[in-house]
Design a binder for this molecule. Structure first.
Ligand code: CP
Length: 321
């Protein structure tokens, strides 16, 4: 089946402005379903979705599962530990065996960059990338954009600075590509050791000091230091990192305008972000999580062949409040 997004969602890099706009607009009517007493519509009844999570996840895994269940799909969760992957079965063999049980979609998180595309090219089911290595995390990029749009009322022309460990961050890549496509100005800020060497080719401004980022931006998207992906000493110490790059209330107080604070989670409180910022009045971190469910409902709906102009009708279906 041809959908406006194609067969799979592996990243935002190659999506057009119209496709990203469609995804964000389709998420809008789905937001309301999660506010109902009975959080369910029959939109994906009869569809079977497998969530293959080969890397740790709280937000993305639970958010996809809620999105699937709220659309009435049948869902199965597979983790690497406890599956035949731990016995040496390949990713493609695992997926083809699942396909033999007549599934419709696979949501995959994997430690290897390119795993989602690799799988999508080898199976018939729709594949949705829930984060692949340091490559992309498209639904995180979309939920970040939806949260920015909710608060700033537009994406075109806004200034977003992505702060911290950009080198290891798939969230940063999805945000940079998605936001730039939507007309936002994007900057990064962090130690040079944690910025990709090709950052200059990504069309972003680079700030070496967090104070410069705070002065420039409308919103900061603050990234976690991904200590588990660091094979070498990229920073002298966590304390030093917090002293130089940490987003603190004292630093935000000097901003020329009110800044929106985003973080994809999980947070290292007291390292890249102080608790009084994470829990403070400018933080939209939990709104990001709430929006994640609506964005993932929109992705599932569109890849299943749902029509954007019928998304509101789908949202109204089964409306038994
Ligand atoms: N933002 C994000 O991907 O969080 P999880 O790793 O908990 O899914």
């Amino acid at each position: 089946m041809t959908t406006p997004l194609g067969k799979d969602l592996v990243g935002l890099e190659h999506l057009s402005r119209a496709q990203i706009q469609l995804l964000l607009d389709t998420a809008e009517p789905f937001k309301e379903i999660s506010e109902r007493a009975i959080k369910k519509v029959p939109t994906l009844r009869g569809k079977t979705i497998v969530n293959l999570f080969f890397e740790a996840s709280t937000r993305t895994r639970v958010s996809f599962e809620f999105a699937e269940k709220r659309l009435s799909a049948d869902t199965v969760n597979v983790a690497a530990s406890g599956s035949s992957v731990s016995k040496g079965e390949t990713l493609v063999d695992t997926a083809r065996n699942l396909e033999a049980m007549r599934i419709d979609m696979v949501v995959i998180r994997h430690g290897s960059s390119g795993a989602a595309r690799f799988l999508g090219e080898r199976i018939e089911s729709n594949v949705i990338n829930a984060g692949d290595g340091t490559h992309e995390h498209p639904t995180q990029g979309l939920l970040d954009m939806l949260t920015l749009r909710d608060n700033l009322r537009r994406l075109d022309g806004i200034r977003v600075c992505i702060c911290g460990d950009v080198l290891h961050s798939r969230v940063a890549r999805s945000n940079i590509w998605g936001l730039r496509t939507m007309g936002a100005e994007v900057a990064v800020c962090g130690p040079r050791s944690l910025l990709p060497s090709a950052i200059g080719e990504m069309g972003v401004t680079v700030f070496d000091r967090i104070e410069q980022a705070i002065e420039w931006a409308d919103a900061l998207n603050i990234l976690r230091l991904q200590l588990e992906r660091m094979s070498a000493g990229y920073i002298p110490s966590l304390r030093e990192y917090n002293r130089v790059f940490g987003v603190t209330l004292e630093r935000l107080d000097r901003a020329p305008r009110e800044l929106l604070i985003l973080h994809p989670g999980p947070m290292n409180r007291g390292v890249e972000i102080d608790s009084n910022v994470a829990d403070g009045p400018h933080s939209v971190i939990l709104d990001q999580v709430t929006n994640g469910v609506a964005v993932r409902m929109a992705v599932l709906y569109l890849l299943a062949g749902g029509r954007a102009d019928l998304a509101e009708a789908a949202q109204r279906a089964g409306d038994d409040r």
